[in-house]
Design a protein around this ligand. Structure first.
Ligand SMILES: CC(C)(COP(=O)(O)OP(=O)(O)OC[C@H]1O[C@@H](n2cnc3c(N)ncnc32)[C@H](O)[C@@H]1OP(=O)(O)O)[C@@H](O)C(=O)NCCC(=O)NCCS
Length: 180
């Protein structure tokens, strides 16, 4: 298993492979063109975007993850502030948004998901990170996140919780160029 992190420019070449994994993990997208424009390219254009890729020994993409700096004025951060209010005081705006994480079913439980998570978050200057995920504590992704220092901040919808994670003191002291 090889896990690598790419900036927005380098990520461009992985678009079709990522869509293949996305379709297998989340179900086929309704319109590939809309996904390319409204998900892939829009997110890739955000500040500090980074894509993590996991390839197996045969060079097959088996998982991916991405995130970027989230800001007020964007749809998801604004929805989090509006819904959670005081519970997310000091969290939203200039945070790292951990947006996607997916591993093909036949490649799971071999460390790819955890390695993708760790690689995408490694060395970030941000002092806090946010994500949205299932509210089910038994969900594999939620178990992964909790084991890596994320905790529940509130429910965005009945089927979606917001989790937050502060950088460790060691990371914070290394932080440079903090947004805000
Ligand atoms: C969540 C997901 C990425 C995990 O990928 P993975 O490669 O299986 O993860 P790992 O093998 O690195 O497991 C890391 C940790 O996650 C937890 N975990 C993963 N799968 C689990 C499962 N089926 N049951 C319980 N815990 C699980 C464990 O804590 C595990 O650590 P351990 O193996 O030391 O016990 C994968 O299950 C997936 O793609 N799920 C569907 C998409 C999804 O839910 N994405 C997140 C949306 S926010």
């Amino acid at each position: 298993m090889e896990v690598t992190v790419h900036d927005a420019r380098a990520a461009a070449g992985f678009r079709d492979d990522v869509l293949r994994v996305w379709n297998a993990v989340f179900g086929p997208v309704a319109e590939a063109d809309a996904w390319r424009a409204e998900v892939w390219d829009r997110h890739r254009g955000r500040a500090d975007y980074r894509l993590g890729t996991a390839h197996d020994d045969r060079g097959r993409l088996v998982g991916f993850s991405w995130g970027y700096t989230g800001q007020r004025g964007q749809f998801w951060p604004d929805a989090v502030v509006e819904k959670l209010g005081a519970a997310v005081e000091g969290w939203v705006g200039g945070h790292f948004e951990f947006v996607e994480l997916a591993v093909l079913p036949d490649a799971r439980r071999q460390g790819a998901g955890g390695a993708l998570h760790d690689a995408v978050l490694a060395g970030l200057p941000h002092d806090r990170a946010l994500l949205g995920t299932s509210p089910d504590p038994e969900d594999p992704a939620v178990r992964l996140f909790r084991s890596r220092g994320w905790h529940h901040l509130g429910l965005l919808r009945p089927d979606a919780q917001v989790m937050g994670r502060r950088a460790s003191p060691a990371q914070s002291s290394d932080a440079v160029g903090l947004p805000e």
